[in-house]
Design a protein around this ligand. Structure first.
Ligand SMILES: Nc1ncnc2c1ncn2[C@@H]1O[C@H](COP(=O)(O)OP(=O)(O)OP(=O)(O)O)[C@@H](O)[C@H]1O
Ligand SMILES: [Mg+2]
Length: 297
């Protein structure tokens, strides 16, 4: 497997507080990896260690199979918490300064402005930018040296729904260009919409890691409504039924693994029943996250 990042036993103690505890995980090339966890669960501390701005107490990690170092870090772009730009300088000018600091060519500036869709506003002072534009400029700056990996800490924090949607599209666009992206978030639907893989941290402990596409592939729940007295009995007799509850005037049937909404639809049809209502509800990441958090004590 082509791993971009391998983390082994990474630990950070702040005095008595263990912010990150014995974290091990792998991130593959091209993945969009979401780190989920409540406030204070260790996401920023983990990203800080991976970026070399926080010293680990114990453990190790390697980027592209190499130990962390100056050369390796050039392949990583990051937006950690509050990026600093000069308020009275334009977006363009700020990027020029950053390009000088990062020792990369100024030729890249128009390309990254294009990616984050700030080309038309590039000559306006930074202080006139909206929060979403400021965030996009920070991402542009992280992309200046064309990194292989992009790290984002809470990229949509404080943005309105429109700004959130723009950042989400931007992340997808960058990922489609082949970059590996690691992002910390506590927005579950954001992770579900943009990530290919995710991990869940709680109090510094990794309690789950896996692909996002398993979310919703677990057992399905189907809501069924039909004007038939025997409906409950008929649903109970369906071989794919695991359990049935009554909710909002409908029967809520949790199916056994490998049964789907269409199976129950066919079964009802074969039994001469026409339904008024049949809706399949897949497990959302939110349900899965809450389950993970509540079961792994
Ligand atoms: N420099 C520090 N000194 C002492 N404790 C710290 C320091 N930085 C972080 N912590 C503690 O480490 C724990 C993890 O913090 P961290 O910022 O990594 O969490 P987080 O998951 O990023 O949270 P959030 O969702 O609020 O951003 C918290 O209990 C925090 O108070
Ligand atoms: Mg944080």
């Amino acid at each position: 497997m082509n791993n971009v990042l391998s983390v082994s036993g990474l630990t950070k103690n702040f005095g008595k507080l263990c912010a990150v505890n014995n974290l091990s995980l792998e991130i593959g090339a091209g993945h969009v990896f979401g780190m989920l966890g409540p406030n204070g669960s260790g996401k920023t501390t983990t990203l800080g260690m991976l970026m070399g701005v926080i010293n680990p107490t114990r453990g190790s990690f390697s980027w592209f199979g190499e130990p962390p170092g100056h050369e390796v870090r050039k392949k990583i772009g990051a937006v950690l918490e509050h990026p600093i730009f000069y308020p009275y300088l334009s977006g363009q000018r700020n990027l020029e300064l950053n390009a000088t600091i990062k020792e990369c060519s100024k030729e890249n500036i128009s390309r990254v402005l294009d990616i984050v869709e700030l080309t038309t506003r590039k000559d306006d002072p930074y202080k006139t930018y909206s929060l979403g534009m400021k965030q996009r400029l920070a991402i542009a700056s992280a992309l200046l040296n064309d990194p292989t990996v992009l790290i984002l800490d809470e990229p949509t924090n404080g943005l309105d729904p429109m700004g959130i949607a723009e950042i989400r599209e931007l992340i997808k666009k960058i990922a489609a260009g082949g970059k590996t992206i690691i992002l910390a978030s506590h927005l579950l639907d954001e992770v579900q919409k943009v990530c290919t893989h995710f991990a869940v941290l709680r109090k510094g402990n990794l309690i789950y890691t896996g692909p996002v596409d398993v979310v919703g592939s677990g057992s399905e729940t189907v809501e069924v409504g039909a004007d038939i007295i025997e409906l409950h009995e008929i649903l109970k007799a369906f071989p794919g039924t695991n359990s049935i509850s009554r909710e909002n005037g409908f029967y809520r049937v949790t199916l056994r693994e490998s049964f789907h909404g269409r199976d129950i639809n066919r079964y009802l049809f074969e039994n001469g029943i026409t339904v008024d209502h049949l809706v399949t509800r897949k497990k959302t990441l939110e349900q899965m996250f809450l389950e993970i958090l509540s079961t792994k004590n």
